[in-house]
Design a protein around this ligand. Sequence first.
Ligand SMILES: Nc1ncnc2c1ncn2[C@@H]1O[C@H](COP(=O)(O)OP(=O)(O)OP(=O)(O)O)[C@@H](O)[C@H]1O
Ligand SMILES: [Mg+2]
Length: 112
Amino acid sequence: MKLIEAIIRPEKLEPLKDAFLEAKVNGMNIRQILGCGNQHGWIAHNRGSTVMMNMIPKIEIKIVVADDKVEETVKVIMDICRTGEIGDGKIFIKPVDECIRIRTGERGDIAL
Ligand SMILES: Nc1ncnc2c1ncn2[C@@H]1O[C@H](COP(=O)(O)OP(=O)(O)OP(=O)(O)O)[C@@H](O)[C@H]1O
Ligand SMILES: [Mg+2]
């Protein structure tokens, strides 16, 4: 199992949810976050001084999927969220040791 953490543009959330539904990607958590990447957010100039590291609103999506579903899920995110402009976001993938469905006690991929 892997945790896919995707940081995307807020306007991509609705189309991405539709695409996940179609791809049968089910459970997920979504948060509104503020962040910056290589460009340090936006740069403000105020009375001759330059203010860096301004944060830009983004959406963070966390999904745990079976190992054999990782590439398909990443492709859905890439297809929907890539505009080619700076600030398209980032995807992080981390290992997950275990998943337990509380209702049934099932463990592993079947519990996802
Ligand atoms: N190294 C990082 N660690 C954690 N979060 C990051 C990192 N880089 C980017 N992010 C998050 O992703 C969001 C979007 O990043 P962004 O797409 O601007 O990355 P980038 O590396 O600057 O790429 P680009 O040059 O295409 O803009 C940031 O606002 C931040 O929330
Ligand atoms: Mg950037």
